[in-house]
Write a protein that binds this ligand. Structure first.
Ligand code: SAH
Length: 246
């Protein structure tokens, strides 16, 4: 990582934002660099719906929303969704796509830490998918997400496990052999083990309720849920007012 591009006070890695911004025009290309996100979207959406008893009418914040793949699909379920990202280009793509498809979503360029200082306890659901491994301080994001959710509300995280298998499949396979993802999308050192994520969550008022693996097959471009969390995985946590903060 280029240290001079790192602004710790804002918890942003500018190199990461630039990298994603360059791909803004191909965000909605189903065969493009974000093919795995498109392919896993229905499955993650259904998992979120199952754990929240439906999204209709709920206030949702999608942190690190990118061009709006999950954001839009939650709005289609009848939720009031706000998407946060720090890439102006991606937010532009997201706004345009929502407008063309007549979907109401609010897109805001703000860090989740700054947003949490303003809108603490306002959301029934907070989602933060495939984003924690792209920031200098993932704990700060988790803490802010916990702050934004209402009592009994749900927070969802997804990320990549720091294993040899992830390196083989998600980095060597996806970036170098199959060339599904652009080179440099993921850095093995920044991937997060489930025990690390669960420990961080446990220091907030959130309680972890479920964790599941997501298995993406690049050959068939399909995705399924699995009990194996060696590569991609998702976590569902809830604001429990009785949870003792460590
Ligand atoms: N959550 C989306 C996109 C994941 S890609 C999905 O799963 O479909 C990661 C996204 O995180 C990119 O859009 C990138 O711009 C965003 N991002 C990285 N660092 C960020 C930060 N500090 N604040 C907000 N967004 C950030």
């Amino acid at each position: 990582m280029n240290e001079e591009h790192l602004d710790r006070s804002q918890n942003i890695d500018s190199d990461e934002i630039i990298k994603f911004s360059r791909l803004a025009s191909s965000w909605w290309d189903l065969q493009g660099p974000f093919q795995p996100l498109h392919s896993m979207n229905l499955i993650r959406l259904e998992w979120i719906i199952k754990h929240t008893n439906g999204l209709f009418g709920k206030n949702i914040l999608d942190v690190g929303c990118g061009g709006g793949i999950l954001t839009e699909s939650m709005a289609r379920e009848g939720a009031n969704v706000t998407g946060l990202d720090m890439s102006e280009e991606l937010l532009h793509t997201a706004r345009l796509h929502a407008m063309k498809n007549n979907i109401k979503v609010y897109y805001v360029k703000k860090t989740v830490e700054a947003y949490a200082a303003q809108f603490s306890g306002q959301y029934e659901v907070v989602t933060c998918m495939e984003m924690l491994e792209h920031v200098p301080d993932p704990y700060s994001i988790i803490y802010a997400c916990a702050k934004l959710v209402k009592p009994s509300g749900s927070v969802f995280f997804s990320t990549l496990n720091r294993t040899k298998k992830s390196w083989l499949i998600a980095i060597l396979g996806a970036e170098y052999i199959f060339k599904i993802l652009p080179r440099g999308t993921h850095n093995i050192k920044k991937l997060i083990r489930p025990n690390e994520l669960l420990e961080w969550i446990d220091t907030t008022h959130l309680c972890v309720y479920d964790m599941i693996g997501l298995c993406y097959n690049p050959l068939s471009n399909s995705c399924r849920l699995t009990s194996n969390v060696d590569v991609n995985y998702m976590v569902h946590a809830q604001y429990d007012i009785n949870h003792k903060v460590l």
